[in-house]
Design a protein around this ligand. Sequence first.
Ligand code: GRF
Length: 199
Amino acid sequence: MSARSRLVVLISGSGSNLQAVMDACRTGQINAQVTAVLSNKASAFGLERARTVGIPALAVVKPRELDRRLYDQRLADQVASFQPDWVVLAGWMRLLSSAFLDRFPGKVINLHPALPGTFPGVNAIEQAYQAFQQGQITHTGVMVHLVPDEGIDCGPCLGQVVVGMVKGDSLSAVEERIHAAEHALLVTVLQKLTSSGMQ
Ligand code: GRF
């Protein structure tokens, strides 16, 4: 078994996807270790999840007046200090500029709760739910993609899963189904990335 890959995970909220990744690393399902968790929100519960298992957890909050690229540069400095093989955006809610992305070429992946080419940006689940209600789509899904540049949720796809919706579904039922699909897909993609010698 090759050396475990080093994952740095960025979050903004509850961190249920982070939890899935930490659990899979602990059981050996993913040949990797989460070496740090960073959040742009000091209140993100995901930071608590990391601290509970002794993983360094940092809040890197952007001061309102701080230039966006300067923030991204400082964030990248912090992330780089943990020597990541992969930077995993799991429920990370800020757009990252090239000041961050260019520091980790080919190594930043993002989880997005929609299929490639559909519903980029925030509220993707709600947008899909509305579209289904209006008969515009029959299903939605989730994807994990590379983040090579500042494009929003549109980098090369590493994995995707279709998530069905049926008449009468509540939004929360669809959200629950999508989050379960996210947890499974993120683990599956990281298994591939960390076992195929891609580091
Ligand atoms: C997930 O749907 C993620 O894709 C989205 O935010 C939600 C929060 O996920 N960006 P988590 O529980 O914080 O991992």
